[in-house]
Design a protein around this ligand. Structure first.
Ligand code: ATP
Length: 363
């Protein structure tokens, strides 16, 4: 068992800078949790506090109900996999993996059994006699993971483990880490700034900004029900478009267009009639398909194509709507070029509305 609770955790660095504000996270045994956010949002600080490498300024860190704020890192049953792998270049993979047991003077039979079991799980059996310098980045990453498996930790912490790998290897190693999590059935807490990694790997994602938790949710909840403008803009690629306007009757009116709001969306907007509001439209919720132009005939906009990015099955059309530059992701059935006129339907059942002052999603 390894349920980890963070209760009202704050971190103020000695120079007075507050990096983490009042964080509350409940992590269940076996979960894959990803901490994600832009550079400087405090995700590494949070991870290092869990590892015991950084002092907690205030709040409680509980492992299976026991306060571990002051427990030494080596007594925490938590293993950290570092970004630079921290492998010893003069030792073989086998020796690197067994090191934590060798220094504890465990007997060689036990070390051998544990290393071989971990090598099997992390798919390292063919590399045990090599030195780290003779391995690829992805293989080194697996050795670092294998070493944590040998330690028998109950929680695995990873800080941007894929950042040293090239794009292709990153994708395959991403899958390997998820496979490993499934095999080990241990808690993984993983830090990244990459929302795609977060969305593809996590059971639940913790989104941080400026030291504060913005939302904790499953990837699909984050996509479908973002808590606020920050989450709406952070999750999704390319990010959500935000358009300022106000509500007039049952229409959303902005400087350059006005569209009908469906009845069930209007139900949540009754307090906002006549007020300023922000409309959030994901790029994939614009459409030039005839069926959508017909279905959403009350929410069609005429735009001028700016830049076209061909993605294969889809394309991104950057376009101008009045003064505003927006982006849509549509099927690549027709070709468009700079200056073309294009009619796009906004799928109004899929859009979100946000409060201009609080920036929270209206629901
Ligand atoms: P990145 O993705 O760039 O690594 P991060 O989200 O992991 O960023 P942290 O490394 O946790 O962010 O840093 C959070 C904030 O705390 C940053 O503004 C950083 O400058 C500050 N910070 C980090 N370490 C220290 C330190 N030892 N002393 C003072 N401030 C620090």
């Amino acid at each position: 068992m390894a349920d980890l609770e963070l209760k009202n955790i704050n971190k103020i660095y000695p120079e007075g800078f507050q990096a983490v504000y009042d964080c509350n996270i409940d992590i269940k045994n076996g979960e894959f949790i990803v901490l994600v956010g832009p550079s400087g949002c405090g995700k590494s600080t949070l991870l290092r506090m869990i590892a015991g490498l950084e002092e907690i300024t205030s709040g409680d860190m509980l492992l299976d109900g026991k306060r571990i704020n002051d427990t030494a890192p080596s007594d925490r049953d938590i293993a950290m996999v570092f970004q630079n792998y921290a492998l010893y270049g003069n030792m073989t993979v086998y020796e690197n993996m067994g090191l934590s047991l060798t220094v504890r003077h465990e007997n060689t039979d036990k070390i051998h059994k544990k290393v071989m079991k971990a090598a099997d799980i992390a798919d390292l059996k063919s590399y045990l006699n090599r030195k780290p310098n003779n391995l690829s980045g992805g293989q080194r990453q697996r050795v670092a993971l294998g070493r944590s498996i040998v330690r028998d930790a109950t929680i695995f912490l990873m800080d941007e483990p894929l950042s040293n790998l090239d794009a292709k290897l990153r994708t395959s190693t991403r899958k390997e880490i998820v496979d490993l999590h499934n095999k080990l059935n241990k808690t993984f807490i993983y830090v990244t700034h990459d929302q795609i990694e977060a969305m593809t790997m996590a059971d639940r994602v913790v989104i941080l900004n400026k030291g504060k938790i913005q939302q904790i949710a499953t990837p699909s909840e984050l996509y479908l029900s973002p808590e606020n403008i920050f989450v709406g803009g952070f999750i999704g690629s390319p990010p959500m478009n935000f358009i300022k306007g106000h509500i007039d009757g049952n229409r959303f009116v902005s400087e350059s267009f006005n569209v009908k709001i469906p009845e069930d969306k209007m139900k949540i907007l009754t307090d906002y009639i006549g007020k300023q509001i922000i409309l959030g439209v994901r790029p994939e919720h614009f459409s030039n398909e005839p069926i959508s132009l017909k279905k959403y005939s009350d929410s069609v906009v005429d735009c001028i194509v700016d830049v076209v990015e061909f993605l294969g099955a889809d394309m991104l059309i950057h376009f101008e709507l009045g003064e505003k530059k927006l982006v849509s992701k549509i099927r690549a059935r027709q070709s468009y070029s700079y200056g073309d006129e294009i009619r796009l339907a906004i799928k109004m059942d899929e859009v979100h509305f946000f409060d201009t002052e609080t920036e929270l999603r209206i629901r």
